[in-house]
Design a protein around this ligand. Structure first.
Ligand code: ADP
Ligand code: MG
Length: 274
């Protein structure tokens, strides 16, 4: 693959860049005991600039979560390149660059032991990367919990004692522990009631401002995406089929898949308003 100079408007290296990223799965026994191959990512070329707020949308099964996991180093692509802050991560999920990217998903990734206390959950990434002493880690966890608006006495409470909204806040605190530069939010606000969702969205936007973070919003909820992101990329069958600014896109998606998504969302909303 030849190394062309990047043509970025600010002349800045993108914080995330992929070149022809591919990932497939072989699963089950399939029909007549045959193994089935699913090509989830079919050559993703993506560039995300630092500070950008990008929405990644697409029908269910289009490969959004697979891409998210590859970008966060939780899964190995089969081929292609992944660059984080100008460094090629190769195929090693142990690459240090991945501490700069944190993925938050709908079940919060708090599937750790429900008996862990909040401060243990939030400081776990610090423990794993041998950061500070136990007391320093607890201190940092308490500060992070403050940042996400959890009460001071939350630190000693068990994960199972938190409400859905509070668990999302915990997940955000944990995500911030290693000071990542990119947060990938995979349906991170799904399944919350509207007012909790609004509060979480505002909190995440404040955190983004305060820490100059780059966000990748993955959501099927287009009204949410409109409020949160400034740019949009549409995925279909493992490919990015369209990218545009949110304003441009809502005025008229160019890809048939984008048009379908927007139409479905409008139909759903007008149904819900009736
Ligand atoms: N761990 C896995 N094993 C087998 N197939 C998978 C796995 N993860 C995802 N897939 C398949 O890859 C495709 C894309 O899935 P996914 O990335 O979850 O899409 P999305 O998040 O857009 O709904 C789907 O066909 C899905 O069934
Ligand atoms: Mg998904």
């Amino acid at each position: 693959m030849n190394e062309q100079p990047l043509r970025q408007s600010e002349g800045q290296e993108p914080i995330l860049r992929t070149v022809d990223l591919r990932k497939g799965y072989t699963r089950g026994r399939g029909w007549r005991g045959k193994r089935q191959h699913v090509q989830s990512l079919q050559g993703i070329d993506l560039q995300v600039r630092a500070g950008q707020s990008l929405a990644l949308i697409g029908a269910s099964g289009s490969g959004k979560s697979t891409l998210a996991r590859c970008l966060a180093g939780l899964e190995r692509p089969d081929s292609g390149e992944l660059w984080i802050a100008g460094r090629n991560c190769g195929y090693s999920s142990h690459s240090r660059e991945f501490t700069q990217v944190h993925l938050i998903f709908q079940d919060c990734g708090l599937s750790t032991n429900p008996r862990f206390t909040a401060s243990e959950i939030v400081s776990e990434p610090l423990l794993i990367s041998h950061w500070g002493t136990r007391a320093e880690r607890t201190d940092r966890a308490i500060n992070l919990m403050k940042t996400v608006g959890l009460p001071a006495d939350a630190a000693g409470r068990r994960a199972g004692e938190f409400s859905g909204g509070q668990r999302r806040r915990l997940a955000v605190a944990r995500a911030l522990a290693l000071e990542p530069r990119v947060l990938i939010l995979d349906e991170a606000l799904a399944g919350l009631d509207l007012s909790t969702q609004g509060q979480m969205a505002n909190l995440l936007l404040e955190i983004q401002q305060a820490r100059a973070l780059t966000y990748l919003w993955i959501s099927h909820d287009l009204s949410l995406v409109l409020r949160l992101a400034s740019e949009i990329a549409v995925m279909d069958e493992g490919r990015i089929v369209e990218s545009a600014s949110v304003r441009e896109w809502f005025a008229g998606p160019r890809s048939p898949q984008g048009q379908d998504l927007l139409q479905a969302s409008r139909a759903w909303r007008s149904g819900a308003e009736r």
